[in-house]
Every structure is written in structure tokens, then in C-alpha cells.
Design a binder for this molecule. Structure first.
Ligand code: NAD
Ligand code: HSO
Ligand code: ZN
Length: 433
């Protein structure tokens, strides 16, 4: 991790120091993804087979996960893992159910009732990463809100292993959410298949889920072309920002930083402290703990593009964090809730020494599909609402039109839109007759 003193950096150095690694490699990724999307759009299943052989080293005639594959997968898991997946699912369901938006109606004038109704998005496509580590928890984070929203068709893609099978825990988690349309497809080709449809994979209205830079870029591109699909958010390489004061536990903080660094070489972790001794202690711990990690080499690559920042005050730490808009924000502070009002932009916040980010990844109940690359400035993590459309409804009685019609007539006249004015005026005249 590069160590910097914030007050020694000029404006451009500050911006450069906090640039995400995935953003730096964007142009090449973008071109590679555009080629894959077009090939799948034109070639359908044939192109999927070619890319699956090339990127996932799996030769597959049929990408569909069969009923017997689900059964084999369930049997392959230990009872402890099956029950952990079920336990996490229960808590995630409880949290998402509690946060469901409701329908409402309000009288905005006498005789004018305006309301909101909610409808599930009919066909949704979920992407569960499995490139460097299969993520069954992500199947729960996507599948549970989709099921609570009541989506008619839920399709799930996850990369195959080289032997042509899908990760058994991902399949079991999908089944726990009631999902049985699973395809063994990964990367940009999976996103293309769900956005455009192929002979095997149905076309979906909206795509959800995290992934590496290829997946994230593919989602961005399909959301912008005619005949593509809507997307949830840019949920790319994981990141965490920790604000630690002098009283934080350096062993815990280092473990939290490494827990996101181990996701991928393009992950980024940031530590900010107003205490120089704390920065030293955490960096020492990171160097020690990383050596014992099975994914230590991946984490070390991520650490190269990561930063430890010395600030003069915790207020300055929050200003940096709000500009960076991290996916995860850990407040390793004394009385952390007191600092919460300072948080303006973050995907999910973890308060205090006993809330490791890994709990949010798995089983506290909140969703771990969160905006990355600074997108937390303008969008939020997944929820049931992400799988619904909200439709507004207005019901206007005769006295309602009489009450608010003149307002519309005035505004239509000001805009010079005479047909608008007449649509209201003619009714007002009919009422007066
Ligand atoms: N933001 C979030 O909410 C969130 C949640 C979970 C995971 N994540 C992130 O998801 C990512 C998962 O990435 P992953 O790589 O492990 O799995 P992945 O499933 O996203 O990607 C694997 C796929 O990438 C494709 N690919 C690999 N190399 C390629 C190349 N050179 N050209 C074209 N395509 C290529 C392959 O098709 C492969 O199937 C991690 O970066 C992790 O940090 C983010
Ligand atoms: N930290 C990742 C992005 O929020 C999610 C995850 C899944 N498994 C472990 N971690
Ligand atoms: Zn994680």
C-alpha cells in the first residue's frame, strides 16, 4: 500500500492517487467487450461455446444446468455449508422484506387522488461471479430480492469450471431462492446472452449482479444499445475504505483491508487515519497477515494500487471518503454512530470494531451487491425495489378537474402548447355547461 500525507499532495496528485485500477484499464476492456457482445448477438449459442472454451477452458454443448446437476450439487456440500447458506438466506430475506417499498395514494386536491403501484420486472437476469472465486453468497443477494419482488422469470448465469460443471454451492444457493433456470456461462458473453437472448438463453429485461471489469463493462454497453437490457448498477471490483482513529484495533483493520484485497488484482483498499502510529501499525499487520493468506498473491497485487492516507483530522477523512464514494465504508472509530451524519456517499457502512465488512458480504442481512468505482455518489445497493417498476396512477373526479384544471390551462398557455390547454379547457367548459 502506498502511504501518503494528504497535505503534501497537490490537487492532481490527490485525484490520481485515488483512481481505481479498473478505471485505468478501461479502454482495452471496452474494445474487447464490444467484440464479444457483437459476436454473441450475431452468433448466439455458437459464439457462447467458442468464448466459453477460450475464457473458461470448458467445452460445453449445453449450458443449461439440469435437474440432476442440482441434486448432485446439493449432495456434494457438507451439512455445515448447507445450513450456513440457509441461515444467511433467512437473514437476508428478513432484511429485504422489512425494506420493501409500499404502494400509496394521496389526495393532492379535492377530487384528485394520486398514487403509486408496484409491479415486478417480468424477466430478470442474474450474474453470479465465479472467475477467481465462486460466490454462492451473491446468488442469495440477487435471488432473494428478485423472488420477493415476484419476478415471473428469473435466469441466472455463472461461469463453468474447466470440467464443465458449475460451483455446487452456487447451484444450491440458487435453489434456496427458488431459481432453477441456471446457465453455465461467464463474463461478457453471459451478459450478452441474457441481454440479447440466444437459442438457449432467454432474453431478459434487466440484468443484475457484480463481476469483474469485463462483466461490468458488458453491462454498461448492453444498457446503451437498442435491443439491449436495463442494468442495476456498476458493481465492479470490490473496494473498501476504512477510517481508523488512534483507538482502532490494527489487527482487525488489516484483516478488513485484506478481505477486500483478496477479491481480485483490480480491487482497491484505502485506509485513512489521523494517527501516524495507527497507519504504521496497520501497514505492519497487513504485511504480516498477507503472507499467511492462500490468496496472498492476488491481495498483494490489489495492495499495489491501494493507499494509506494520513490526514490532519477525521473531518478531512470524511471529506476524502465522500469524494471517493466507496462501496464499503468501515468506521473503526470510537462512538462510530455519532459520525454517521458525516457520511454522504457510500454503498454500505460498517460501524465500529465489531462490524467486519465480511459480515455484510455474507449474513448480516444487508445486500452485498453495491455500487463501485464512485457510483455510490448517485446510486444505491440492491434492494427489492431494484426488481420492481413503480407506476404512478391518478384518479380525477369532476370536482378535481374543476379544482386543478385552471392551473394546467395557465401552464399550457405559458408553454405555447395549445392542444394541452384544450384537453383541459374543453372539459372545464363541459363542466360549466
Ligand atoms: N460490487 C459488488 O457488489 C461485488 C460483489 C461481489 C463480487 N464483486 C467483484 O466481482 C468480481 C468477480 O470477478 P471474477 O473475475 O472472480 O469473476 P467473474 O465471474 O466476474 O469473471 C469471470 C469471467 O471473466 C471472463 N474473462 C476472464 N478473462 C477474460 C479476458 N481476458 N477477456 C474476456 N473475458 C475474460 C471469463 O469469461 C470468465 O468467465 C471481483 O472483482 C469482485 O471484487 C463485486
Ligand atoms: N465483497 C464482495 C463485494 O461486495 C462480496 C462478497 C461475496 N463473497 C465475499 N464477498
Ligand atoms: Zn467480499
Amino acid at each position: 500500500m502506498r502511504r501518503v500525507d494528504w497535505k503534501q499532495l497537490d490537487r492532481s496528485e490527490r485525484i490520481a492517487s485515488l483512481r481505481r485500477p479498473a478505471q485505468v484499464m478501461a479502454p482495452e476492456t471496452s474494445t474487447a467487450v464490444a467484440i464479444i457482445l457483437e459476436a454473441v448477438r450475431q452468433g448466439g449459442d455458437r459464439a457462447l461455446r467458442d468464448y466459453t472454451a477460450r475464457f473458461d477452458k470448458a467445452d460445453l454443448d449445453d449450458f443449461t444446468v439440469s435437474t440432476s446437476e442440482f441434486a448432485v450439487a446439493e449432495a456434494a456440500l457438507t451439512p455445515a455449508l448447507r445450513s450456513a447458506i440457509r441461515e444467511a438466506a433467512e437473514r437476508i430475506r428478513a432484511f429485504h422484506e422489512a425494506g420493501m417499498a409500499g404502494e400509496f395514494t394521496v389526495a393532492t386536491a379535492t377530487g384528485v387522488n394520486c398514487g403509486r403501484i408496484l409491479r415486478p420486472i417480468p424477466r430478470v437476469g442474474l450474474y453470479v461471479p465465479a472467475g477467481s472465486a465462486p460466490l454462492p453468497s451473491t446468488a442469495l443477494m440477487l435471488g432473494i430480492p428478485a423472488a420477493l419482488a415476484g419476478c415471473d422469470d428469473i435466469v441466472l448465469c455463472t461461469p463453468p469450471r474447466a470440467d464443465g460443471t458449475a460451483d455446487p454451492a452456487v447451484l444450491f444457493a440458487a435453489r434456496c431462492c427458488g431459481i432453477d433456470r441456471v446457465f453455465k456461462l461467464g463474463g461478457a458473453q453471459a451478459i450478452a446472452a441474457m441481454a440479447f437472448g440466444t437459442q438457449t438463453v432467454p432474453r431478459c429485461d434487466k440484468l443484475f449482479g457484480p463481476g469483474n471489469a469485463y462483466v461490468t463493462e458488458a453491462k454498461r454497453q448492453v444498457s446503451m444499445v437498442e435491443g439491449g437490457a436495463g442494468i442495476d448498477m456498476p458493481a465492479g471490483p470490490s473496494e473498501v475504505l476504512v477510517i481508523a482513529d488512534a483507538g482502532a484495533n490494527p489487527v482487525f483493520v488489516a484483516a478488513d483491508l485484506l478481505s477486500q484485497a483478496e477479491h481480485g488484482a483490480d480491487s482497491q483498499v484505502v485506509l485513512i487515519s489521523d494517527d501516524a502510529a495507527m497507519l504504521d501499525a496497520v501497514l505492519g499487520e497487513v504485511a504480516r497477515q498477507v503472507e499467511a493468506l492462500p490468496r496472498g498473491e492476488v491481495a498483494k497485487q490489489a495492495l499495489r494500487a491501494s493507499l494509506a492516507v494520513r490526514v490532519d483530522s477525521l473531518e478531512q477523512a470524511f471529506a476524502i471518503s465522500n469524494d471517493y464514494a466507496p462501496e464499503h465504508l468501515i468506521l473503526a472509530l470510537r462512538k462510530p454512530r455519532g459520525w454517521l451524519p458525516r457520511v454522504r456517499s457510500a454503498g454500505s457502512v460498517f460501524l465500529g470494531d465489531w462490524a467486519p465488512e465480511a459480515l455484510g458480504d455474507y449474513c448480516s442481512g444487508t445486500n452485498h451487491v453495491l455500487p463501485t468505482s464512485g457510483a455510490a455518489r448517485w446510486c444505491s445497493g440492491l434492494s427489492v425495489a431494484s426488481f420492481q417498476t413503480s407506476i404512478t396512477v391518478q384518479e380525477v373526479a369532476r370536482e378535481g378537474l374543476a379544482a386543478i384544471g385552471p392551473c394546467a390551462v395557465e401552464l399550457a398557455s405559458a408553454e405555447g402548447l395549445d392542444a394541452h390547454r384544450l384537453a383541459v379547457q374543453l372539459r372545464l367548459e363541459a363542466l360549466a355547461a
